[in-house]
Design a protein around this ligand. Structure first.
Ligand SMILES: [Fe+2]
Ligand SMILES: [Fe+2]
Length: 460
């Protein structure tokens, strides 16, 4: 068995020094204890009279309903935005914990990457504390603002949507699909067996992959680990993520490629987290009261800045240390980035700032929010406001377009440096095309018409 080893010239490379420094700085600073303390002691009533973030980062900001809302409703919308975004972040970080471990299991097969593995393990440890605190604050805030009924009904969670098999079909060559006599359709996908996926993976990586993740190898007799929720939940089904778990755990190139997707999560988080960080510093300067969630965001950003550095370094530099991608890996890597663009970044929300998906999958959550104790609307009132907020041009769309443009240029700078990507991915063409108010309103209007028709049918 050939064992890859980082050569002595490799270890002198800048990125080795950066990884070593990141690990040292992250373990020295580490704010998990502080974050855990905030979660344990959070009390909504002591924080309820303050804005937690910039008012521009409030649920429904810029919509006609936001203009008509009372000062106390506006405060609540600012709090609900934090809850919605960090509920989403908690899910995304749970996914990170899994994929950090799968990919660390690959890097551990290559000598010279011990620091990198230690840092990734440490990040996994930190995420556990982050997630706990986000959930604790979210739980108490939702109970206070929306009542017990809101539990199990996440405000910003999309409606259940059927799995689209098309991207899966694109990933796997037709000739190979036939080998397993399996048609990759929505009806068979959820029941596809783990053994079929494992057999396919062995074929794709030429038998026993030399760098097969130790984490996966230790679980060979258990179901393939997968994920739901977070950004991943918008991208593909849990079955599709089993397929990705195996691929990201099968070669150093694919393990590095995972970090380009983790970077999408890191940058999407920063698009709304940075303003909490700024607010915290302003409040300190002015000697004002600091709401607990604002402080949590501040310290979380400090922990996460190391994670972002790692995602960027692995995705842009470390992959060059390893053998170039095979045709299959290149195709898969491009399909993953393309799918990520479509699912996570390919639209523009009219009521959720810094959210770049159209609102077609958010009809039910918005309808429920409008009928919650916060607004107390009847069904017809709720539909009236939904139409105004989703299907007509307003300030909220324009404000979100600005966030979209900022993030688009950051992503272009990041993906532009990955030489194995197609131009559509390097230039983020799908995301760029999604930055259109006209398109968002058109798609919302179609979805709203369907939603109100199905609601009318339910009532009859
Ligand atoms: Fe985190
Ligand atoms: Fe993180």
């Amino acid at each position: 068995m050939t064992v890859l080893t980082a050569s002595s010239t490799d270890t002198k490379k800048k990125h080795f020094q950066l990884i070593e420094k990141t690990y040292r700085s992250n373990t020295e600073s580490d704010y998990t204890e502080k974050i855990e303390h905030f979660g344990k002691n959070f009390d909504y009533s002591s924080n309820s009279n303050y804005y937690w973030g910039d008012p521009k980062f409030s649920t429904l900001y810029g919509t006609p309903l936001y203009e008509a809302a009372s000062p106390s409703q506006k405060l609540a919308l600012n709090h609900l935005y934090w809850v919605g975004q960090y509920n989403h972040t908690a899910n995304a970080e749970a996914n990170t914990m899994l994929y950090n471990q799968i990919t660390t299991g690959v890097f551990a097969t290559v000598k010279g990457y011990e620091n990198l593995c230690q840092e990734l393990d440490f990040e996994t440890f930190q995420e556990r504390f982050h997630i706990n605190t986000f959930q604790k604050i979210g739980y108490k805030t939702k109970i206070a603002l929306l009542g017990k009924e809101a539990l199990g009904n996440p405000i910003h969670k999309r409606s259940q949507k059927s799995i689209e098999p098309s991207w899966y079909e694109k990933l796997v060559p037709k000739s190979l699909q036939a080998k397993f006599a399996t048609k990759w359709t929505s009806s068979t996908l959820p029941t596809m067996t783990d053994s079929v996926l494992r057999s396919f993976n062995k074929l794709a990586y030429g038998g026993g992959a030399k760098h097969y993740s130790r984490y996966l190898a230790d679980r060979e007799n258990a179901p393939i680990p997968t994920t739901t929720g977070g950004l991943a939940g918008y991208t593909a089904s849990p079955a599709a993520f089993k397929f990705l778990s195996l691929n990201w755990g099968s070669s150093p190139f694919m393990a590095c490629q995972y970090y380009s997707m983790r970077m999408v999560a890191n940058m999407s988080l920063k698009a709304y987290e940075y303003q909490y960080h700024r607010r915290y510093r302003d409040l300190v300067k002015e000697g004002e009261f600091i709401p607990t969630p604002t402080a949590v965001s501040f310290y979380h950003l400090l922990d996460e800045s190391f994670h972002t550095t790692m995602s960027q370094t692995i995705a842009q530099e470390v992959y060059k240390d390893f053998p170039k991608p095979t045709v299959y890996e290149k195709l898969l890597a491009n399909a993953i980035v393309l799918r990520g663009q479509q699912a996570i970044l390919g639209g523009l929300s009219g009521w959720l700032p810094a959210t770049f998906r159209n609102d077609s999958s958010y009809m039910t959550p918005l309808y429920r929010l409008l009928q919650s104790p916060l607004f107390g609307m009847s069904s017809s009132e709720a539909l009236h406001w939904m139409e105004k907020c989703l299907c007509q041009e307003h300030e909220g769309f324009h404000a979100n377009l600005k966030h979209h443009q900022n993030l688009l240029s950051d992503f272009r700078r990041f993906f532009g440096r990955l030489d194995y990507l197609w131009a559509d991915n390097r230039e983020m063409r799908v995301m760029a095309a999604g930055g259109s108010i006209e398109k968002a309103i058109r798609s919302n209007s179609e979805a709203f018409a369907k939603f109100s028709t199905s609601l009318a049918k339910e009532k009859n």
